[in-house]
Design a protein around this ligand. Sequence first.
Ligand SMILES: Cc1cc2nc3c(=O)[nH]c(=O)nc-3n(C[C@H](O)[C@H](O)[C@H](O)COP(=O)(O)O)c2cc1C
Ligand SMILES: [Fe+2]
Ligand SMILES: [Fe+2]
Length: 402
Amino acid sequence: MHNVYPLGSEIYWIGVNDRRIDLFENHFPVPDGVSYNSYFIDDEETAVLDTADNSVLTQYFSNLEYVLKGRPLNYLIVQHMEPDHCAGLAHLAHKYPETKIVVNERTACFIKQFFPEGVDWDSRFLLVTNGQRLKVGKRELTFVFAPMVHWPEVMVTYDATHRVLFSADAFGSFGALSGNITNERADVRSRIAEYRRYYTNIVGKYGFQTSKLLGIAAGLDFKMICPLHGLVLCRDFDYLIGKYQKWATYQPEERAVMIAFASMYHHTENAAEVLARYLDAEGVEEIALYDVSRLSQSHLVAEAFRCSHIVLAAPTYMNELYPEMEHFLHALRSRGVAGRQLALIGNGSWAPQAVKVMSGLVASLPRTKLLGVVEFMSSLNEAKERELQGLAQRIAASLRED
Ligand SMILES: Cc1cc2nc3c(=O)[nH]c(=O)nc-3n(C[C@H](O)[C@H](O)[C@H](O)COP(=O)(O)O)c2cc1C
Ligand SMILES: [Fe+2]
Ligand SMILES: [Fe+2]
């Protein structure tokens, strides 16, 4: 049975929800699933923007057939070649042999890489350049290249006639849609943690390119944003755009302390908790304390984008840093996290290395300031507890300052 949603302006959501997926990109936990959004334009001519993941293609083609009502599909616009949106491409090309496939040069190249057999792609392509316009029936679409938001070939599409921005992966979120396809009766604000986790992990590395896209979007007049995942946005644009402006420039959203600890036998955990208690004594309200072995790396990365201050506490492990902490620091570096106030707590029983390795890794995070380091052997003693108290005082002072 088809499941499509009219969005107005002769645009239909023809996407599919996937609630069976555990790990997006086989990597990021998605307990609430994910939606693969695709859009159908029902003008005097017809067009589709992107397709869907392999796992949901039966439902996807049922949706597409329903909206076409036996008419030809004139255009398929491919905004992004990641397989969560283009797995259905070759099948669509076979099923609708008259469809022109609207792509830029880079996308054309990727299509041939992903689907080397069975379709004479060159005869199907309608190649577009940055800023090029295309009439689809009575409306005019403009293609705006947005390289690296999330892949190099990405382009977004602006329907100037109806003031709709098809934003590719930008402004997306994890989480399947539950009947409310738009944010008219569903709220982005209450889902912001999943928007943050999506952006920071998927696109977070490419803040500069995202800022450029935000600049372009600021110059457009739109009444609807149609992303490739999550809710279609038809109101409250400034809230999410404001968040994106912070994330894309690596500015913390909140003056808050994230304490990320690793621990096997609770001693480093104890140090993290003692620090947190001293922070409370200094009047700090926003303290988020996480075990890096327990919370997914994607949640940790998102929290690092949210918080202004980050304390990393870890034991030494086989002469190196405890592996989950090392993983987290690599994740921060690969996302380009910058401009944070940091503190380090290291532990070891015979030849502590944790502080040394962590210092080396955080040195590569731009514009970070190290507020202090506490290193202890096996478990806290009174002297080390005093050091933690001093560190808490410095963190609290810095929170008040900036
Ligand atoms: C498998 C394993 C490997 C370790 N390797 C080192 C090491 O190379 N150097 C060191 O000083 N301590 C090493 N330690 C000791 C821990 O870093 C130390 O006992 C620390 O107090 C553990 O903190 P925790 O209670 O928070 O897990 C190792 C411990 C374990 C269990
Ligand atoms: Fe993507
Ligand atoms: Fe995507």
